[in-house]
Design a protein around this ligand. Structure first.
Ligand code: ADE
Length: 420
């Protein structure tokens, strides 16, 4: 096993530990799983390589996996999302090898992925499928000893399903994103709050009264649209899916093509999972001073090379703001190099939603192990009973109780004879 690490500065460890402890207070479900893992050691000796955003919440997931006995290493899932103090704390206090430095180059990013694969994982845990992609493209030798993989994001699940459709996915994957306790909360409320947080920290521009365009109306984008509206912005949604577009209309948003929306936009945020959603034709019609940002997993949603080509100058008026000056004198402000702005200039989703996402991750790795050799190759959701258990634990931790069916109601639901 690789026992080295590559982080910014080990001296940041104490600060990182404090932040992890602070986050843990809002992660009661993961804490319960960690306590059970300590007793039962379900992951004893299993090599796990995780490629996740290195945040205080991820730090707590690493603690839980280690408590379960896993031999775990962690690398960054994005060059700009690492919290360097958390990386240091995991190395110094938890003895977990971490390969992640905020602001690392693309080259170093892929060196870190390689280091995580050199751990010879039996389980990989991905946020964007980079480890599985690495296995398929560079490390086919690892397939033999792999039990399976877990995947956090919508983008990663789409990629893994494409691998399965092509017949190249070699092991079972648990699509954590497909759990209700993941996408309904993390994607919607997490991305909603953290994207606005990132935007505001980067620019400090008032949203009230501004025109705010959201590209996409999946779970992430609808969270962003809802929170932007809550701050007083006039929100326009763009979509390619007629059902989602209709939902956006009936949720009270204006819906139109990007080309029509862009000239009105003070802000555009993308969260579609697709490439070049903001392209040369969008730059051509943007208002002077428009702010554009991305909250989707990869930095491909905004065509940055095209923006570079159209520009005569690039300035940096604030951290995480690149101001491009176009030939006609208009300026366009690109946030966080087009990388997910909620993690680049803010701290990602709040701990209370990551609690459920990472409870899913921890239970998914245990589930893979328990079902080793029995799960078919392919992309699977975590069983519904585990999903519901996470919701029940979360409600319990929040002090919320709910009704239970009476025997009469249970019988009614099983029957079909009774009518009006
Ligand atoms: N993805 C989005 N927010 C995150 C967070 N706080 N930690 C880990 N992954 C995340």
């Amino acid at each position: 096993m690789t026992k080295s690490y590559d982080i910014k500065d080990l001296n940041l460890a104490e600060q990182g530990r404090k932040r992890m402890d602070w986050a843990e207070q809002e992660m009661p479900v993961l804490r319960l799983i960690k306590e059970r893992f300590e007793r039962e050691r379900p992951l004893a000796g299993v090599r796990v390589s995780a490629c996740l955003h290195v945040t205080s919440e991820t730090g707590n997931l690493m603690r839980a996996l280690a408590a379960g006995g896993a031999d775990v290493v962690l690398c960054a899932s994005n060059p700009l999302s690492t919290q360097d103090d958390v990386a240091a704390a995991l190395v110094a206090y938890e003895e977990i090898p971490v390969y992640a430095i905020k602001g690392e180059s693309n080259e170093v990013y892929y060196q870190h992925i390689k280091a995580a694969l050199d751990h010879h994982p039996q389980i990989t845990m991905d946020d964007g499928a980079d480890l599985v992609t690495g296995v398929l493209q560079e490390r086919k030798d690892l397939i033999r000893s792999m039990i399976g993989s877990t995947e956090e994001t919508t983008t990663g699940v789409i990629r893994l399903k494409a691998m399965a459709a092509e017949g190249v996915l070699p092991f079972p994957v648990i699509a954590v994103n497909d759990s209700d306790t993941k996408h309904l909360f993390d994607n919607r409320y997490g991305t909603g709050q953290s994207t606005l947080d990132g935007l505001i920290r980067a620019t400090n521009i008032l949203l009230a009264g501004k025109t705010f365009v959201v590209a996409g109306y999946g779970w992430c984008s609808r969270g962003i649209a809802e929170r932007a509206r809550g701050l007083g912005a006039n929100v326009i949604v763009t979509e390619i899916d007629p059902v989602k577009a209709l939902e956006a209309v009936m949720d009270g948003f204006r819906v139109m093509p990007m080309e029509q929306a862009a000239p009105m936009a003070d802000f555009i945020v993308t969260a579609t999972g697709n490439k070049h959603v903001i392209d040369s034709n969008t730059f051509a019609v943007l208002k002077n001073g428009a702010v554009i940002a991305n909250s989707g997993h990869f930095n491909v949603e905004i065509n940055i090379p095209a923006l570079e080509a159209l520009s005569v100058e690039k300035r940096q008026p604030r951290a995480f703001v690149d101001q491009y000056v176009l030939r006609d004198g208009r300026t366009i402000n690109l946030l966080g190099e087009g990388r997910l702005i909620n993690l680049a200039s803010a701290e990602g989703h709040p701990s209370a939603v990551m609690d459920m996402s990472f409870a899913n991750q921890a239970l998914a790795s245990e589930y893979l192990l328990k079902n080793q050799g029995r799960l078919p190759v392919g992309v699977h959701a975590l069983p519904k009973d585990l999903d519901r258990e996470i919701a029940a634990l979360k409600l319990h931790a929040m002090g919320v109780t709910i009704d239970v069916l009476t025997p009469e109601q249970e019988a009614y639901l099983r029957s079909w004879q009774e009518g009006t």
